[in-house]
Design a protein around this ligand. Structure first.
Ligand code: COA
Length: 323
């Protein structure tokens, strides 16, 4: 008997404030055409003043619970991937726990920047396979608008705020790749690339800091490492590109998404793309794309879905799940 972490529900939340590329044209030496042609981004959402990451995460969690037909206390564990938690502590996850009325589970944050959601899914899968939890709420939520340098045109036009959530439930499988649920995972990191993408402040330096990025270098690593990790995750369970129904990539840049799909041998008609509407929402981007993909009828039960992401660290990875 194989225990599988099966998707029971999905949901997302985007702040009301939609910011088009034209917003930046008055403030910076940039143009909407440049942003669209270099990144594919047309608009993004920014959280309202006072709206925090746990607020966004709570809304996404409630949407996922409703989608699954569950209530807060049906959840055993909450794993929240974020680099922009409300406070140094307690975790944003425990705030969500309280907000959804969960009084019996455990909750914690996990930080792997833009790869956070694949790291969170992998950890949730491990909790379920170890018997530590039967139902896990996995959330990616960010307010990257709080860590932007608004004078840096190479970064501030690329990021947005949002949250997505997935509920995983332990179910018995046969052990074959026909089972629903998480089939395979692959995680990596290499701290020698620290200076390519980082925030120049933090608790230990007594500041918040802003995001710094070597865009071209990150781009180069992304294209190489994303295809590699997705191939590795598929190889582990004897699957190939032809078996994939949907690639749901981290939504950072349409050119990275297209190059990775090409390397994977998957046509763009099998890739869920939301970067035009959300920008890069870091750990929230994959659950947002999964939720949008389900809502618009792309991803259906039984489909083989491959997620892949890379971010600061560098940290990167992939999860293969039969929906
Ligand atoms: N508007 C206009 N020009 C801009 C600009 C903007 N918003 N941002 C940068 N530029 C300029 C640069 O200053 C540079 O000018 P220069 O040649 O005079 O120095 C020029 O555009 C070309 O920059 P370049 O870095 O070659 O562009 P690019 O094709 O690499 O695109 C990124 C820039 C940032 C969009 C791209 O490198 C990228 O997306 N990288 C990956 C970033 C990412 O996904 N990070 C998150 C991973 S989780």
């Amino acid at each position: 008997m194989t225990i599988r972490a099966v998707v029971k529900g999905v949901g997302h939340y985007l702040p009301e404030n939609v910011v088009p590329n034209s917003y930046f044209e008055d403030k910076l030496d940039t143009s909407s055409d440049w942003i669209v042609s270099r990144s594919g981004i047309e608009r993004r959402h920014f959280a309202a003043e006072g709206q925090t990451t746990s607020d966004l995460a709570t809304n996404a969690a409630k949407a996922a619970l409703e989608n699954a037909g569950l209530s807060g206390n049906d959840i055993d564990a909450i794993v929240l991937a974020t680099s922009t938690a409300d406070l140094t502590f307690p975790s944003a996850a425990t705030m969500v726990q309280h907000n959804i009325g969960n009084t019996r589970g455990f909750a914690f944050d996990l930080q792997a920047v833009c790869a956070g959601f694949v790291f969170a899914l992998t950890n949730a899968n491990a909790l379920i396979q170890a018997g530590s939890a039967k139902r896990v709420l996995v959330i990616g939520a960010e307010t990257f608008s709080r860590i932007m340098d608004w004078q840096d045109r190479g970064t501030c036009v690329l990021f947005g705020d949002g949250a997505g959530a997935l509920i995983l439930e332990a179910q018995e499988g046969t052990g074959s790749t026909d089972d629903r649920g998480i089939l395979s995972t692959d995680l990596n990191s290499d701290g020698s690339y620290r200076d390519l993408l980082y925030v120049d402040g933090g608790v230990s330096t007594q500041s918040t800091g802003v995001l710094r990025m070597e865009g071209k270098e990150v781009f180069r690593h992304a294209v190489e490492k994303l295809a590699q990790t997705a191939h590795t995750a598929l190889d582990k369970v004897g699957l190939g590109s032809d078996d994939v129904d949907w690639v749901v990539p981290h939504q950072a840049n349409i050119r990275i998404i297209q190059s990775t799909a090409k390397k994977l041998g998957v046509g763009m008609d099998r890739v869920v793309v939301t970067v035009q509407d959300h920008g890069n929402t870091s750990a929230a981007s994959i659950p947002l794309a999964l939720s949008v993909g389900v809502a618009n009828g792309q991803i259906k039960q039984g489909d083989l879905v491959v997620t892949e992401a890379i971010g600061g660290g560098l940290a990167w990875g992939s999860v293969v799940v039969r929906w």
